[in-house]
Structures are given as structure tokens and as C-alpha cells.
Design a protein around this ligand. Structure first.
Ligand SMILES: NC(=O)c1ccc[n+]([C@@H]2O[C@H](COP(=O)([O-])OP(=O)(O)OC[C@H]3O[C@@H](n4cnc5c(N)ncnc54)[C@H](O)[C@@H]3O)[C@@H](O)[C@H]2O)c1
Length: 332
């Protein structure tokens, strides 16, 4: 069992819903400890500091200036990520930043450059890869179950409801393709490789509290010959999260909430896994924070890097651009 001295001292920036999930996951790890928390809301900072039994501040600068803190978790609204990450890098802190890394590729480039210049690690919270269904899809693909994947369709439909105001504006959240679908875009790239072209259409028909699309279709092609389609909506009365992945030797269907996976090979063999017990996976948030801890303490290259986060930002940015111009966008 590691002692406190062997635990990576982490400062938490943001004490909202996601920050709490990440901080609790960090504290469950044997080699990490959140030692100070920060939120611009004194009430939020104080309440969470009390739960963890650590000091709090409303000034991120105080966390960044604290020499006892070696790493930070940035889990604030999307529009604040870029400046906080650049400042953290300049202060020499290793960084875990929630998805989406940024709202423009220019900002993402600035963030990656700042971390490289400072020699600090940047891990991005593209956690979907580690949720049970997605963990097992990747395992089955790596085992060759469906051959080489070349086509994906993902459908993520749900409601919106009452959300913090920053989520309702493109300027502060990026809209659903950044805020929600950073996950699906990342997973498409995880399975099919580097994207090549993006074409998107979208509309706002249901959710009148947002200033961006509530429903969109995104069609992507990939350098390796892959094709993918995303149907996303935050205005669907009947929610659902499902998809299909076609490979050269078989097809895999999946659903989340409830979790299930079913596959069939062209040679007739197949299988099905459904429910929590059939789809065991390590805790996804512990796994993503462990990337930061292992990188700092052992020098292990993190599984999800700033470059991955930047690639997702480029995909989402291209989709929004395509939606606005009616033209496909070729990624550089
Ligand atoms: N990985 C996932 O599945 C997942 C799920 C939810 C949210 N997120 C991401 O986590 C981030 C936070 O989302 P949330 O749901 O916790 O939002 P939230 O609105 O619930 O909380 C954000 C908190 O950050 C604080 N804050 C704002 N600006 C700040 C600043 N400059 N410095 C310090 N604190 C600041 C706010 O006061 C608030 O308490 C977003 O980037 C979001 O996309 C990821």
C-alpha cells in the first residue's frame, strides 16, 4: 500500500459534477491524492473541500502557484479549458483535462504546444473508450472477431432538460458535437484511425433553450478507407444509444444503458454479451486518471494524449463548419 508521500499530489480545478467524479476516482487510486480544490464559486469549492478534508480556493492561480502540487485536473466548462491548461503548463503542472480539450483547433494547438514546451504530460478525458461496452468492443476487434473494421454507425439520442447556462451556448460549450459527441467522435477515430473528410447537417427543432443545433448527422471518411455516420440529438423524447460496426469478417451490434453486444461472423460463428456481469471492466474514471499518475510517477506514455484530444476538436470543428457551409471539410 502506497503511503501519502508516494501519492501524486493533485490540485482540482472546478468542483462541479464531473470534477467530483474525477477527484473521487483519483482518491481511490493507491498512488494519487487530491490535496487542494478550487472553484470560482466559493460555495462549490468549500462544500467539496469539506468532503475531501482539504483546503480550497476560488483562484486557480493559487493552485498553480502551489509548489506541493505536481498535477492538476481541469474539469471546468469547455470554454475555460484552453487558458487554464496553458497556465497550468506554464506553471510546470502535469495536466488531466476534461473533454472536449478545446473549442477550436487553434486553442488545442496552443495547449499541446504549451505542454510540450513545459515538458509536462497532458491527458484528455476521452473516457468512453473505457466504459464497459466500448472496452469490450475494442477487445473483440483486437482479437480479430469481425476482421478489419471499416464501417460504423452510432446513434446517441436523448433529452436536454435543465443544464448550467454555459451548456446552452455554442460559444461556451461548442454545441453537442463538442460537449456530447466528443466521445463518439473519439471512439470512431479509436476504431477506424485518422479521419479524412467530414460532412454534417443539423437543425434546431425541439430544444429552444440552446443557440445551436439540437439534432445532427455527421458523415466521416477515414484515411484507412473507413466510413462512419453519427446521428445525435439532445431533443429526442425516446432516448437510445446504440451502434453497428462492420468488419471484413463480421458485424457487431451494441447498445448502452442497458449494455449489450452481439456479433456474427460471415462464417456463421457469433456471440452475445449482455448485462453488467457479462461485460466486466475496470473503473473507467480510475483508468483515465491512472494515465496521468503513471505518466508522472513512472514515465509511462499516457493512453490518451493531448494529440488525441486535439484530433477530436478538429473533427467537431469540421462538423460544425460543414453544417454551416453545406460543404464537406477535408481534415489536414
Ligand atoms: N467525461 C464525461 O463523460 C463528462 C461528463 C460531464 C461533463 N464532462 C466535462 O467536464 C467539464 C465540467 O462539466 P460539469 O458537468 O462538471 O460542469 P458544471 O457546470 O457542473 O461544473 C463546472 C464547475 O466549474 C466551475 N468553474 C467555472 N469556471 C471556472 C474556472 N475558471 N476556474 C475554476 N472553476 C470554474 C463552476 O463554478 C462549476 O462549479 C466539461 O468540460 C464537460 O464537458 C465530461
Amino acid at each position: 500500500m502506497a503511503t501519502l508521500e508516494h501519492r501524486l499530489p493533485i490540485g482540482l480545478i472546478g468542483c462541479g459534477g464531473m470534477a467530483k467524479v474525477l477527484a473521487r476516482a483519483a482518491n481511490r487510486l493507491p498512488r494519487a491524492r487530491v490535496v487542494r480544490v478550487c472553484d470560482v464559486s466559493a460555495e462549490a469549492a468549500q462544500a467539496f473541500a469539506q468532503e475531501l478534508g482539504v483546503p480550497h480556493t476560488t483562484d486557480p492561480g493559487e493552485v498553480l502557484a502551489d509548489p506541493a502540487i505536481l498535477a492538476v485536473i481541469v474539469a471546468t466548462p469547455n470554454f475555460t479549458h484552453a487558458d487554464l491548461v496553458v497556465r497550468a503548463a506554464a506553471a510546470g503542472k502535469h495536466i488531466f483535462c476534461e473533454k472536449p480539450l478545446a473549442l477550436t483547433t487553434a486553442d488545442a494547438d496552443r495547449m499541446v504546444a504549451a505542454t510540450r514546451a513545459a515538458g509536462v504530460h497532458l491527458v484528455v478525458g476521452q473516457v468512453l473508450r473505457y466504459l464497459p461496452v466500448f472496452h469490450h468492443i475494442k477487445r473483440l476487434i483486437d482479437e480479430g472477431t469481425i476482421g478489419t473494421p471499416f464501417a460504423m454507425r452510432t446513434s446517441r439520442l436523448g433529452g436536454w432538460g435543465s443544464v448550467p447556462p454555459w451548456r446552452n451556448r455554442r460559444e461556451t460549450s461548442g454545441g453537442p458535437l463538442f460537449e456530447v459527441n466528443a466521445h463518439e467522435l473519439d471512439y470512431m477515430r479509436f476504431i477506424l484511425g485518422e479521419p479524412e473528410t467530414v460532412y454534417a447537417t443539423g437543425t434546431r427543432r425541439v430544444v429552444d433553450t440552446v443557440d445551436h443545433e439540437d439534432t445532427a448527422f455527421v458523415t466521416l471518411t477515414f484515411q484507412g478507407g473507413g466510413h462512419a455516420v453519427l446521428h445525435t440529438s439532445i431533443g429526442a423524447a425516446l432516448g437510445g444509444y446504440s451502434g453497428v460496426i462492420q468488419g471484413t469478417e463480421g458485424t457487431l451490434n451494441w447498445t448502452c444503458w442497458p449494455d449489450s453486444l452481439e456479433w456474427k461472423r460471415l462464417d456463421g460463428a457469433g456471440g452475445k454479451l449482455a448485462g453488467k456481469e457479462a461485460l466486466p471492466a475496470p473503473d473507467a474514471h480510475e483508468r483515465e486518471i491512472a494515465h496521468l499518475v503513471d505518466a508522472v510517477l513512472d514515465g509511462t506514455p499516457p493512453g490518451i494524449t493531448g494529440a488525441d484530444g486535439r484530433a477530436v476538436v478538429a473533427m467537431a470543428e469540421a462538423a460544425v463548419c460543414s453544417m454551416q457551409t453545406g460543404q464537406p471539410v477535408r481534415l489536414g
